[in-house]
Design a protein around this ligand. Sequence first.
Ligand code: COA
Length: 695
Amino acid sequence: MWAILRPNSIAVVGASRDPSKIGSRILRNILSSGFQGVVYGVNPNASEVLGVRCYPSVLDVPGAVDLAVVAVPARFVPQVVEECGRKGVKAVAVISSGFKEVGNTDLEKEVVEIAKKHGIRILGPNIVGVWDTRTPINYSFIDANPLPGSVAFISQSGALMTSLLWWTRERGIGFSCLVSIGNRADVGEADLLALLREDPRTKVVAIYIEGLGLGEGRKFLDEALETSTVKPVIVLKAGRSEAAVEAIRSHTGSLAGSDEVYEAALKQARALRAASLRELFNWALALALSPEPGEGTAVILTHGGGAGVIAADVLNGMGVPLAPLPQDLQERLRKFMPPFGSARNPVDLTGMMTAESLRGALVEVLRDPRVGAVLVWAGQGAIPTPEELGEAVVSAVREVGLAKPLIVSITGGGECREVLKRLIQAGVPSYESPEDAASALAAVYRYYRRRRERKGEPARVEGDRARAKEILGRARAEGRVLLTPVESFEVARAYGIPVVEYAFAPDLETAAKAARVIGYPVALAVETPDIAHKTDVGGIALNIKSEEELRAAYAKVMEVFARNVPKARVFGVSVRKMMPRGFEAFVGARRDPVFGPVVSFGWGGVMVELVRDFSLRVAPLTQDDIEDMIEETKAGKVLKGYRGPPLDVEAVKNIVASVASLMEDFEEISSVDANPIFVYEKGAVAVDVKVYLKA
Ligand code: COA
């Protein structure tokens, strides 16, 4: 894998004699990037290109080759990779387009299979290339280089990566490497995370994702989580809207999973999710340059009340509240402002601010251990010029050092941009707008806060596997995709989910006997493997108080059900105890094509869809994941005692863990739905459970 970033020897396959062609451009860029290793060309029609010796095939190259960069038409790529395999090449970067993204899935598979056979890693196909600023190397077909720095950027889109090269250069954002992964046929985000985690030059990993491959989600989540414990991972995941999902499908041929699942997975991975490219790089810059915030409050230092309030709002909105500064610090700050200034927080030096007063106040807050982080905002047009503002900040930093995050925003015309760039070069993340600066500072807080969170104990429930297997096996043998209510209850019980007291009755007399044992009031439900929502077709009778009522209800339910759905099979009924109403929650799970089992918890009952109050997590779950799921919902607040006594949260957590474990243990289950679950002050009971099988 390291051959992708740090090759010692490279062969450019398709090193064209035509300087305008991609193969020629790549060769030129490698030569001009300062690459110190050995470079060969491969071209059957040339013996030399750009002064580099060319060979008809990679097999003819005299020395070892770590990395082959391939820029020949797609149909030749399998043959090239085969030859690379025989040559002992470690990695192949396929620049060529014309694979999965245009429907040539088989060709792409063929390339990967050949590579696997030889133990080669494939980057791409359909990529713009790679830059590594330490090696240094540029084996892309773009003749521009990023500034060296400590952000690693991985992107599924090559064009986006290219345009950002200039955008980030303008802003002074530096990179350790840029890796275009295109169709990601073999090397994906997870592999690169594992690699970059070990790379001391990389301080932040920024990723642009359109979609992960089928079944790859969990591996990505695990690698991102592991990486997040040592360095920040920031992800921009495109495809929130349906239109975007369509565009992605036609773009890289990757499968876009539901956005909500990605959102949950990124939280579990302790990754930061950026909402825009601007956020992605703004946050990356701040995290690359900033140390961990200190214990005390964040401070906004400004000369304009308005910008101070804007920044404070953003910080607050992202969970970084500002506290008033200690009195003695306020006293010391007052020296740097007129009597009508404010030393509380935001600290307002007013329009009378000079470069000296800014410098003086900044030194005070940077030095005080009761200040956790500092945000400075200044605007052009006040007495100091943008240059003077920049110098004041740099001079304060020089005096005190940067033991806590310092983020600067200077708003104004073009002159400011140069100053911001210089500040960044001096190690101070700096932005034009106060919102961007505040959002970047909040991202720094968010990362370190999440990093401190425990990874958590696994939340596994060891169920009665044999019992569940037997029931599921029977249903599958009958070709069913839905368990009957009684079967669903049995499976749930096998995994420790408390369910309502019930009995199966094949006929009326058995039902009457069962009701006497359970005790009135009871409910009746038609026992059928064909209809999931029985209320809609008259298959359920509630609140039956006596045997007389039971007999009447039985007849009615059977008659109405048969009339509404004459084709549905009927095995009898289930008799269930009518439970006193509790708070109605639900726990469900489904199998996501990318992430596998996804568990949800939320406000239950018949209005689930209307209320839409739920949280998701990808299984396997930790105890912390479950705690977060509860915490994130309004239902969770009710459970913890909102205008009422606290309810049995632990019982609900156990149900969540059970449902997750059930999904993990049985691949054949496509979804589980326990809704409603009545939650009481003591205990919780699933009143209805539905288990669906894969078709
Ligand atoms: N091994 C080595 N060299 C070979 C070869 C082989 N099997 N087959 C052909 N070549 C040589 C050719 O002789 C030619 O060199 P020459 O110009 O000196 O004769 C060179 O390789 C290029 O081949 P050519 O057929 O002219 O292809 P091309 O340069 O027009 O296009 C790609 C090749 C890869 C650039 C093109 O197919 C492609 O995929 N372009 C899109 C790339 C892209 O956009 N990637 C994604 C970015 S996000």
